[in-house]
Design a protein around this ligand. Structure first.
Ligand code: AMO
Length: 446
């Protein structure tokens, strides 16, 4: 739109463009937030991507006031007006445009809105929120969440690029399940073939160690697990990296730790306002993220040794790390090999524990990684040991057949990372269009 000014820039246009014929008109465009009629005047707030401003229609402009009386919340308008200082007593300190208002000289309706189900800012339960997501995504809260997510993703990417990783695109349609255990969605493929939606870009990132040594991808993963929890999605976004020539899992852990540092630094610089809107703080990140073995976790929590952690243990060990180590992040290592994916490396001296690791953040696992098996024969043997058919993995195995260095990597769930950054109770709020067992946009009928 020609000559449109963003609402955040209005304060730079206060009466200072006066010409001999008077002030210069400016143009804004956006949505009507709320309308308030006061005596013969009509006040309404206009909202665009940059902020809000109060507009005032004066009775002296007959055409304007008639139109202003028609408009409703969420109508889309193009407004011409004059930017005025507010009267002293009406100034709102510390609020965008708290000191100015727009005297409306013209209203063009670009689009009308039907009656709203509820006001935009009405608090509703999660299901109703998701039912009305195309509307509710316009709230400040949702915009904050996805601004934060965009910054996390950008900072994550930049950090990996800085650390020498090359980005590639992983496929979403695959021939089988890369995790050899995670439930996969089936897809009807050509000529009566069955394909699957990728549960992980795992095989492809490992193959990419061949050409690039250090590779990463931002991938959609699809999981058909029947899990209706606050941390499971059927479709999630993962940032996966893989690196060659490592000696052990500590090297990918160090890369990940650097990524976390870079992400926290960026959100600190860009989003202190968002942290305060959500009543939370920047994550605590000491000089070194604490590393605990699974056994140590169970000892600290005073619970029985077990092959895995349950959600309550994840929350409790994070509380401990925060209190004792001043860290909102904690690495857990030395899970039993049999509990990890088949490609996870186990050093014979460390058996039966693997070189896999998880990263927990504010009570939740946000990342999983490992050193991998790089020897062809060992990998084939492992596939067989797990009761799977190596022929089904021949494409992936080609990379190993033709020489693969020791390597490892990890995968972070972007939605989980974002949710914990803002301490959102449900990962679905950190997903722009969440899919779960009962919903693909709309609720699925029973
Ligand atoms: P894993 O299965 O642990 O590991 O997945 C990695 C990370 O992805 C996120 N995630 C999910 N987020 C929301 N809903 C889900 N259903 C879901 N499933 C996974 C989590 C998790 O930590 N190939 C390995 C990674 C590796 O070893 O590099 C893997 O897929 O944040």
């Amino acid at each position: 739109m020609q000559n449109r000014i963003y609402i955040k820039d209005l304060k730079d246009n206060i009466g200072n463009h006066s010409t001999s014929s008077g002030q210069k008109e400016i143009i804004i465009a956006g949505w009507v937030d709320v309308r308030r009629d006061q005596g013969k005047m009509v006040f309404f707030d206009m909202r665009d991507v940059t902020g809000k401003v109060q507009c005032v229609a004066l009775p002296s402009r007959a055409e304007v006031i008639e139109k202003a009386k028609e408009i409703r919340s969420e109508w889309v308008l193009k407004i011409t007006g004059l930017v005025n200082n507010r009267p002293e007593k009406n100034i709102k300190v510390g609020v965008l445009n708290g000191g100015v208002e727009l005297e409306v000289t013209g209203i063009e309706v670009l689009s009308e809105a039907q009656d709203l189900p509820f006001d935009l800012d009405t608090e509703v339960n999660l299901d109703t929120y998701l039912d009305y997501l195309p509307f509710k995504l316009r709230t400040e809260r949702a915009k904050d969440i996805f601004k934060m997510q965009a910054s996390i993703l950008d900072a994550y990417r930049n950090s990996l690029q800085q650390q020498g990783f090359t980005e590639f695109i992983a496929p979403a349609l695959v021939g089988g399940d890369a995790e050899g255990g995670a439930a996969a969605f089936k897809v009807d493929y050509f000529n009566d073939h069955t394909a699957f939606l990728a549960t992980s870009p795992q095989f492809y990132k490992q193959i990419m160690v061949g050409p690039f040594e250090r590779a990463f991808t931002v991938a959609k993963i699809f999981r058909a697990e029947k899990s209706a929890t606050t941390r499971h999605l059927s479709e999630a976004t993962c940032i996966d990296f893989e690196m060659g020539f490592i000696e052990n899992e500590r090297e990918p852990m160090a890369v990940l730790e650097q990524v976390i540092r870079d992400v926290v630094q960026i959100v600190k610089e860009k989003h202190s306002d968002i942290f305060s809107h959500f009543n939370t703080t920047l994550p605590l990140l000491p000089n070194e993220i604490p590393i605990l073995t699974l056994k140590e976790v169970h000892d600290i929590l005073g619970v029985e040794h077990a092959p895995d952690m349950d959600p309550e243990h994840e929350r409790n060990i994070c509380e401990w790390a925060k209190k004792e180590k001043g860290s909102d992040f904690v690495f857990i290592t030395r899970y039993p090999t049999k509990k990890r994916a088949f490609y996870t490396y186990e050093d014979p001296k460390e058996a039966p524990y693997s070189r896999g690791f998880d990263l927990l953040f504010r009570g939740l696992e946000i990342n999983s990684g490992a050193q991998r098996i790089h020897n062809y024969d060992m990998l084939v043997a492992k596939i067989k040991e797990r009761g799977m058919d190596p022929n089904k993995f021949s494409y992936y195995l080609q990379a190993f057949k033709y020489g693969m260095p020791p390597h490892g990597g990890s995968s972070t769930g972007l939605e989980r990372f974002t949710a914990r950054m803002l301490e959102l109770p449900n990962v679905k709020e950190a997903t722009s269009f969440p899919r779960d067992m009962t919903r693909i946009d709309s609720r699925l009928s029973e």
